[in-house]
Write a protein that binds this ligand. Structure first.
Ligand code: SF4
Ligand code: SF4
Length: 470
């Protein structure tokens, strides 16, 4: 029985409700009147239910689809302007006791090089990331209570925050570790993490159990209820996602939105971010064996409909995607991207060993090249990490976002953190482009007072001062 507020996975992600929703969407995919009404509702920025969003995803009327893309672009502009927040993943360990069939870190893979970073190695990786200009990391580690216990993750977070190399600093550590207990989530919260990220992979229980035949992750309910426990442990900001390609995308799209609705209904705040990874080749993994792969058009439509359905939730895309795909979905709704990523353990200091990466990176450019590319398209690459440092998390953050007030922080913070990047890390060409963009963006700051403060801080940065924020 579907119950959005239930604490049980199979009730808030009800298979029956998803199948009914898919049936409803199929029946209405050419229902122009309904689709127009949904687009009108979405234009008021109130978001859409999973049923409504499913109809838009299935819509087969070309002119309505065009309107949908235009609306997604408009919402993106209204809420996120031309800012794109930058981050990088940091792999701590690829020891894993799980048997996920789509990931080369599964325990049966005997020829992958297993590695766990020592605190000294973490220091070196973090310095390499700081020297690129990164300020925001997503920690990744396999699940292994012996090799990667929670104490190891906590110690690593402490190490990362403690490193101040030249003008560098990691100011926000997001964490992507396996589903765990309320007590461990509390410890992560106390360690000062930003977002707790956990991908559901697929919401279809049967498919989930086939894809996760062994290990603690095989427990569908425990995994699906992890965000509830994270919030019970005091973590306000959680990041959801599915791995598109594992199961039928329509099913997982609906499940993802039902999960967001559940968190909002049961915990008072929906997910902070949604990630949209697609399955990629890797050692021991052939994506052709997964028959549910989605093409670029469907991928773009998923991003657009998510933007419309959950306008207040950040959308993240990684370097799994090519430059071309990333370019296509940036203006449709993506608000955060990684750049210069290495997906192997120790990959920022050492040449990546081909067989130790979690997946193949499609966008292999350096961070400077990615920043340069974004500037060339008129985007402001932002290294901002201000909100959680200012205590703007959870429902406090959502209130600011929903009222539109957050833009008064995001825009100046984007300009100031970009300036830091340009001063400390950019190539001459990137610096020139970036400074020009900052000049053209300053007059767009609506408040005269804020504008003056930003100008003052931009000058101070030229004299060596750093880390200003609103
Ligand atoms: Fe382990 Fe995560 Fe890979 Fe599964 S997806 S094998 S849990 S690292
Ligand atoms: Fe993100 Fe807050 Fe910075 Fe805006 S001000 S970019 S919401 S951290």
């Amino acid at each position: 029985m579907y119950d959005v507020k239930s604490s049980k996975a199979e009730e808030f992600i009800s298979d029956e409700e998803i199948l009914d929703t898919l049936d409803y969407a199929e029946k209405n995919k050419s229902n122009k009147e309904l689709i127009e009404a949904l687009l009108q509702k979405a234009a008021s920025l109130k978001g859409l239910t999973h049923r409504e969003a499913a109809v838009l995803l299935d819509c087969d009327l070309p002119e309505e689809n065009e309107k949908m893309y235009r609306l997604a672009e408009q919402i993106k502009k209204d809420f996120y302007g031309n800012r794109i927040v930058m981050f990088a993943p940091l792999y701590l360990s690829n020891y894993c006791v799980n048997g996920c069939t789509y990931c080369p870190y599964h325990y049966k893979n005997k020829h992958i090089c297993r590695k766990k970073l020592t605190q000294d190695e973490i220091r070196r990786e973090v310095i390499a990331l700081q020297d690129m200009g990164h300020k925001r990391l997503a920690l990744e580690t396999g699940e292994d209570p012996v090799n990667n216990p929670i104490e190891y993750v906590l110690e690593s977070i402490k190490t990362i925050y403690s490193i101040k190399h030249k003008n560098g600093a990691i100011r926000r550590v997001n964490v992507n570790i396996a589903a765990t207990t309320v007590e461990n989530y509390r410890k992560l919260k106390e360690a000062g993490i930003g977002t707790y990220i956990l991908f559901q992979e697929t919401y279809n229980k049967k498919a989930y159990e086939q894809l996760h035949p062994t290990g603690p992750k095989s427990n569908y309910a425990y995994h699906t209820e992890a965000m509830d426990r994270a919030m019970d442990g005091g973590i306000d900001d959680v990041g959801c996602g599915v791995l598109f390609g594992l199961n039928l995308y329509r099913y997982d799209f609906v499940g993802l939105l039902m999960h967001a609705e559940h968190l909002e209904a049961a915990k008072g705040v929906g997910p902070h971010t949604i990630s949209v990874p697609r399955i990629r080749p890797a050692d021991d993994i052939n994506p052709d064996e997964f028959e549910n792969g989605i093409n670029d058009d469907i991928f773009a439509k998923i991003v657009a409909v998510l933007r419309i359905a959950v306008p207040y939730t950040g959308i993240i895309i990684s370097t799994r995607e090519t430059q071309k795909t990333r370019e296509r979905v940036l203006h449709l709704g993506v608000s955060q991207i990684s750049g210069g990523s290495r997906t192997s353990v120790g990959g920022y200091c050492e040449e990546e060993e081909e067989d130790s990466a979690q997946f193949e990176v499609s966008d292999t450019r350096t961070l400077d090249q990615v920043v340069n590319w974004l500037l060339g398209m008129g985007y402001i690459p932002s290294f901002c990490t201000a909100c959680y440092r200012e205590g703007r998390t959870g429902d406090r953050f959502m209130r600011l976002v929903k009222s539109g007030q957050i833009a008064n922080c995001c825009q100046p913070n984007a300009l100031m953190t970009l300036k830091e990047y340009l001063e400390d890390y950019a190539s001459p060409d990137t610096k020139e482009k970036g400074l020009k963009l900052i000049q053209s963006e300053i007059p767009k700051i609506p408040s005269e007072k804020v504008r003056q403060v930003v100008l003052k801080h931009l000058n101070e940065m030229e004299n060596g001062m750093r880390d200003f924020r609103f």
